[in-house]
Design a binder for this molecule. Sequence first.
Ligand SMILES: Cc1cc2nc3c(=O)[nH]c(=O)nc-3n(C[C@H](O)[C@H](O)[C@H](O)COP(=O)(O)OP(=O)(O)OC[C@H]3O[C@@H](n4cnc5c(N)ncnc54)[C@H](O)[C@@H]3O)c2cc1C
Length: 461
Amino acid sequence: MVQQVSTGTIQDQNDLVEALRSGLDGQVLTADHAEYDEARTPFFPVKIGKPVAVERPKHADDVARVVDAARRTGLPLIVRSGAHHAAAHSTGDGLLIDLRSLNNLDIDVAGQTAWVGAGLTAREVAWALAPHGLAVGFGDTGSVGIGGLTLGGGIGFLSRLHGMTIDNVLAAEIVTADGRVHTIDHEQEPDLFWAIRGGGGNYGVVTKFRYRLARVPQVYGGTLILPATPATIARLAQVCAEADDALTVIPTVMPAPPMPFIPAEIQGQMVIMAVVCYAGDSGQAEEALRPLREIATPVMDLVQPMPYAALMDEELPFRGHPMAIRNMFLDHIDESVGATILEGLDRSDSWLPLVHFRVLGGAISRVAPDATAYAHRKSPIMVFVARPLEDDELAARQWTEELATALYQGYNGAYVNFLGPHDGDRIEAAYPGETLARLRRVKASYDPTNLFRNNDNIRPA
Ligand SMILES: Cc1cc2nc3c(=O)[nH]c(=O)nc-3n(C[C@H](O)[C@H](O)[C@H](O)COP(=O)(O)OP(=O)(O)OC[C@H]3O[C@@H](n4cnc5c(N)ncnc54)[C@H](O)[C@@H]3O)c2cc1C
């Protein structure tokens, strides 16, 4: 039974904080606490809110008490997992639930499933599963929170082989706007279960996910840096499209960034920084990787056998630099698209302009577009154009939009997890047609007053 915080007599925020402190098993931090600033600061600090309090729940009932308090007081409710969303939805001025305290992991090794606390990061989960030779596919970066990543879809190194993250969610525990705790799956509240697989944080606070685990004892992975020309970009896209589902390459065309493993003489050169993951039979790995290595003489080749989790350890130097970002789906990347990418990058005077693309297909495309709230199953390539906002915000926005327009191939789609700070009007692109209509109907059933709105917001029907 959820014990509710009595906010009816609360006169001011101090009373509210005291009520939360006495009602919660977890911590409640205010501005005088040493960890308050870290908790309210997103990975991309395009804004930093001043929450009345940061709550660190111990369990779903704690979350329910904060949800009740927000509903009764009218204070905005902010939900934070890994704080990586580019629009900084993880910060704000109301009650901020910091889910990182929900970090339990309960692995059923024989059954190849796990209940995973929604406050963990991709890296933490990957390393916890590594000793068992098991994995859940999240994204390409270890510090991303599994909360936001899973709710938006989750596309990463294992998606072509084992499906998107949402395709491996078997059940979830969620606290809805009325403060109720539900356990949902394909049979129990299937509409809500459908909506949280792609519909983001619009439906409640997910406190844990149950994932199907894949057997991934070892991968051939690491960074492969190739020279960037229209021909190498086009050939890379072709190799990725023709590859076995076990091979995924996540390339970014950019000036080689200042990272310790990149020699100083290469830093700043326009390259394709490709992170490679081959998760198939190790006996076939060299053969599977050969077409990649034949695209051009690599500038650097660090691809080697490693635990899948080790791929989560490397990070590009984005933290702390808010980005202008524009994402979409393409049909093809040929030499003319490669030339457009390079011309666009050449036109930018930023220190970190980039064009990132992913060849999708495989298991992603074998799921029906209406089976989850991620509807772009048939789109073969996802791309985003980005550059830091800090050097010149207006120039960054203009450059990003111009290059995205030059790359546009007629499909007005967007991947919700890569929406940025200027994408408030792109919800129809993220959720085309009937997907948005259904999401709005489910929203009306579970959150008719739009309590969960600090996100890529789906308004109730
Ligand atoms: C460096 C970097 C690399 C990335 N790589 C990939 C990638 O390879 N593949 C990919 O698919 N995405 C990738 N992303 C995008 C990432 O999936 C999204 O930014 C995602 O929203 C991050 O989740 P989070 O929990 O870290 O962020 P947060 O900012 O904490 O949360 C994002 C949104 O989800 C909500 N939310 C989070 N957890 C919950 C929860 N448990 N219940 C309810 N609502 C919740 C928040 O309120 C917020 O609206 C990357 C992002 C970055 C910055």
